[in-house]
Design a protein around this ligand. Structure first.
Ligand code: AMP
Length: 239
């Protein structure tokens, strides 16, 4: 069993461009500490698929590779963070993506306190995963997704045993609508213009940790988990 399951971990925020490996690392953190991964992209795609009001509003914006309006995403995140499984902590993957979302999140966390089990507040740990631009393009254009269970492959780096079929459950693998090259360029542009400043927002508050996402995936995980442990020790006053 995960060694951190009983501890309050607090909010973990993963920043980084599309294709940096946030989803992969978020899943590993979730498994290790028994806290949920909250991927705003996944929740939005699920809404699009189910044809909800939110999905209808987000669909065209997402297909263009642009960002969904802040108010829609913040309301969606608020609803998710109030669920009981977030009480000990959670991992935000793909949120906040604009400085306005970051400001909203700070205010939300302050209002709806996530304490550290000792009567103090758990400050979020914010990690940005950096990856070389050309490698990002390869990761995104090569990405194949199992729609049934979300398993992710890459035709260049981690191909399935049988082309286009998921190793785990035999489902057909698909190219995400927004993983087409012209959309990818828009998504990376949106990252540069709107999301890069989010890291600056946290850096100014002295809360940003940068992790080298060009390293092999297991080494990235090691560093990410080490940062979380360091943060937990500091938050507990070195005990
Ligand atoms: P992702 O899977 O995180 O790359 O997200 C896919 C798409 O969902 C993005 O290109 C945006 O259109 C939308 N999206 C996801 N998260 C956010 C967010 N925090 N703010 C605005 N749009 C988002």
């Amino acid at each position: 069993m995960a060694d951190g399951t009983l501890r309050n971990i607090g909010p973990i925020i993963l920043l980084g461009p599309p294709g940096a490996g946030k989803g992969t690392q978020a899943k590993r953190i979730a498994e290790r500490y028994g806290i949920p991964q909250i991927s705003t992209g996944d929740i939005l795609r699920d809404n699009v698929q189910r044809g909800t009001d939110l999905g209808l509003q987000a669909r065209a914006v997402m297909a263009r590779g642009e960002l969904v309006p802040d108010s829609l995403v913040c309301d969606m995140v608020a609803g998710r963070l109030r669920q009981a499984d977030c009480a000990r902590g959670f991992i935000l993957d793909g949120f906040p993506r604009t400085p306005a979302q970051a400001g909203w999140l700070d205010a939300f966390l302050e209002r709806e306190v996530f304490d550290n089990g000792r009567g103090g507040q758990c400050l979020p740990i914010v990690m940005r995963i950096d990856v070389d631009y050309n490698r990002l393009l390869q990761r995104l254009t090569g990405r194949r997704t199992c729609l049934a269970n979300g398993h992710i492959y890459n035709v260049y780096f981690q191909p399935p045993r049988v082309a286009d079929i998921c190793d785990v459950d035999g489902s057909r693998l698909v190219i995400r609508n927004d993983d087409r090259e012209e959309v990818i360029r828009e998504r990376l542009k949106a990252y540069d213009l709107q999301t890069r400043p989010v890291a600056e927002y946290y850096e100014q508050k002295g809360r940003l940790v940068v992790v080298d996402g060009d390293l092999p995936v297991d080494e990235v995980s090691e560093r990410v988990l080490r940062e979380i442990e360091n943060h937990a020790v500091t938050a507990a006053g070195g005990s």
